[in-house]
Design a protein around this ligand. Structure first.
Ligand SMILES: [Zn+2]
Length: 164
């Protein structure tokens, strides 16, 4: 993805008030490897149920404030992130809800989805599978996962922004 500045990020949130946006702690951007990411995601250490996701929709940064469910899934089962589709132990996937943008969100409407608890789908999809005969090249597998992740993040934030 293209790099985001702090100004881009603050201006990107579609489902939070100005006051809430001002209080969002930003991650250390100088450490981010932008070329290896489809979206920037981080959790809020001061408010453990909060998370944030920002990505580019064409030339516009779009950010979504997420709230993690305080109820965790049953331990010991496997779960799947709906953005990167990586199957994982259930404690590494969290049900997040995002208030819808605008009046709909202020009226209590939200979109719920299961996402990697650390909001680091871009890292997990880059764990290269072993090279096997009869299987696509590992680099191609990662490229396909990245495209799938991009598409699903787009669909997710488009859904949050849908006002009807
Ligand atoms: Zn994921």
């Amino acid at each position: 993805m293209k790099a985001l500045s702090e100004t881009d990020i603050r201006a990107s949130f579609v489902n939070a008030t100005k006051g809430e946006i001002a209080r969002i702690p930003l991650p250390g951007l100088h450490e981010v490897l932008w070329s290896d990411r489809e979206y920037l995601g981080w959790r809020d250490h001061g408010a453990p149920l909060r998370g944030y996701l920002v990505h580019w929709v064409d030339d516009r940064p779009v950010g979504v404030v997420l709230r993690a469910s305080s109820v965790s899934m049953r331990p010991g089962i496997s779960a799947m992130c709906s953005l990167c589709r990586t199957p994982q132990p259930s404690d590494q996937v969290t049900l997040f809800s995002a208030a819808r943008a605008g009046e709909s969100g202020r009226n209590g409407n939200s979109v719920g989805t299961y996402i990697c608890a650390d909001l680091a789908c871009s890292l997990i999809i880059r764990i290269t599978p072993p090279k096997l005969p009869m299987q696509p090249d590992p680099a191609e597998i990662v490229a396909r996962r990245a495209q799938g992740l991009l598409d699903r993040v787009n669909n997710f934030t488009a859904d949050v922004m849908k006002t009807a």
